[in-house]
Design a protein around this ligand. Structure first.
Ligand SMILES: Cc1cc2nc3c(=O)[nH]c(=O)nc-3n(C[C@H](O)[C@H](O)[C@H](O)COP(=O)(O)OP(=O)(O)OC[C@H]3O[C@@H](n4cnc5c(N)ncnc54)[C@H](O)[C@@H]3O)c2cc1C
Length: 408
């Protein structure tokens, strides 16, 4: 990561100033992307990204790097579609290879009811201009010969939803690329620095306290991933309908090329893809109990091995090499909260991403930056208001997951 000119991609550690135009709490995907677009689109460069550990410490560096735009609802699809289209653009613009591999996604369907639900999802996607198709079991087998489409497994495969433009983007490259881009515009990244309080005066943001001193500012974005609801509740007394849960993932030893697509199964609660190195990266399991531990469990390893080898029996005997856990900030409708707050002028939040926050960060960074710069709530973000929970207008993304999808 050493670069002769700058020492690191995002510049040398600077002293913390006593004031910035904006402070971003969290050096994860959403914080870094918002800082980049604040500078690129709105000329707001006097920004401090405050990260309590190191950039990419949270879900940013732990996710399984899956991107796609075939979400269930018409509010969600446009946001994810724009994000998907931004990866090649950002690769050029940041002059940093984000390693976008649009290998396509296959969501396996294990019943006729799931096929019906998938048909609805495919129609929504096609209606909104996103490429998505339904495959029967024979077509799926032709596309991925390694998949077991026989009747002799617990949940026999009836077909799949095929989404060609999705795939994988290298997650650490996204963190480093966005950090480099934001820093080149002048944003400052302060690692090993924790925000400990957000202070208001007369209903407006006034400053934040950090472990390295106070910063005066009129705008604060909290994009603290799994820690967001605790940070916002503790520092501003705003309660969010978010539970933090641990998701685990792992990779196997590398093997020769076996399959090309990202493959997900809701019934088996597992997804996988083969990395460019040949490993099988796999995840989906989420602990049932809220916690902040990021611990891994033997139960998960057993589940994952049993589930994967049902529909990919040729993986039997393969060894898992690494396992890790990270936090998912889950809302009741599995859609994020991107909003301000009527009681606190200058406060913005971008959280509740659960297992979808990697694939969305490029476009949401752009719109959160617009929101912060103009104080106008962009239309595309309005469905993600916190108010939907008070008004019983929850989104239908959970339906997609329950019916057929795996969590990625
Ligand atoms: C195992 C796993 C697999 C996943 N797979 C996928 C996937 O395939 N596709 C997908 O789209 N998403 C996936 N996700 C979800 C995705 O990683 C998250 O939604 C995303 O990282 C959220 O980004 P963020 O910027 O909001 O938060 P994060 O990336 O978590 O960053 C938040 C940062 O805030 C910092 N912070 C917290 N409190 C403070 C404080 N008080 N002061 C300063 N800094 C603070 C943290 O240290 C952290 O670095 C997965 C997640 C996990 C754990």
């Amino acid at each position: 990561m050493l670069n002769k000119k700058n020492k690191s991609l995002w510049g040398e550690r600077k002293p913390l100033k006593s004031s910035y135009d904006a402070v971003i709490v969290g050096g994860g995907l959403h914080g870094l992307a918002t800082a980049y677009f604040l500078a690129r689109d709105h000329g707001i460069k006097d920004v401090a990204i405050i990260e309590k550990n190191y950039i990419g410490f949270g879900g940013a560096g732990r996710n399984t790097a899956i991107v796609r735009a075939n979400q269930r609802t018409q509010e969600n699809v446009p946001l994810y579609n724009e994000a998907l289209k931004l990866w090649p653009v950002l690769t050029k613009e940041l002059n940093f290879n984000l390693m976008f591999n649009n290998c396509g996604n296959l969501n396996l369907m294990h019943s006729e009811a799931a096929m019906k639900a998938a048909r609805m999802n495919v129609s929504t996607a096609q209606f909104l201009g996103v490429e998505s198709h339904l495959l029967d079991a024979k077509q799926l087998k032709e596309m991925e010969p390694a998949i077991n489409v026989s009747e002799d497994i617990t949940y026999p495969i009836h077909g799949a939803m095929y989404h060609p433009p999705g795939g994988i983007v290298r997650h650490d490259a996204v963190v480093w690329g966005l950090a480099k881009g934001a820093a080149e515009y002048g944003a400052e990244i302060h690692q090993d620095t924790e925000v400990t309080a957000i202070n208001t005066e007369k209903g407006r943001i006034a400053s934040v306290d950090t472990t390295r001193g106070k910063i005066n500012t009129s705008k604060v974005l909290v994009a603290a991933g799994g820690y967001s609801s605790a940070v916002i509740n503790r520092m501003l007394g705003i309660r969010l309908p978010i539970s933090a849960l641990t998701i685990q993932a792992m990779v196997t030893q590398p093997i020769k090329p076996l399959f090309d697509h990202v493959i997900s199964s809701g019934a088996y609660h597992v997804y996988c893809n083969q990395t460019l190195k040949g490993e099988i990266a796999t995840g989906a399991h989420m602990d049932d109990w809220p916690n902040y531990t990021t611990q891994t469990t033997a139960h998960y390893i057993k589940h994952q091995a049993e589930a994967l080898t049902q529909f990919l029996p040729c993986l039997k005997g393969l060894k898992f090499m690494r396992i890790w856990g990270g936090l998912a900030d889950m809302t009741p409708d599995m859609a994020p909260i991107m909003d301000g707050n009527d009681q606190v002028e200058g406060f913005f939040m971008d959280c509740g991403w659960g297992y979808f926050g990697f694939k969305s960060c490029s476009s949401t960074g752009k719109y959160m930056a617009e929101f912060m710069a103009t104080d106008e709530y962009p239309d595309i973000l309005k469905p993600f208001t916190m108010r939907r929970f008070e008004q019983h207008r929850l989104m239908g993304e959970t339906a997609a997951l329950v019916n057929y999808s795996a969590d990625n």
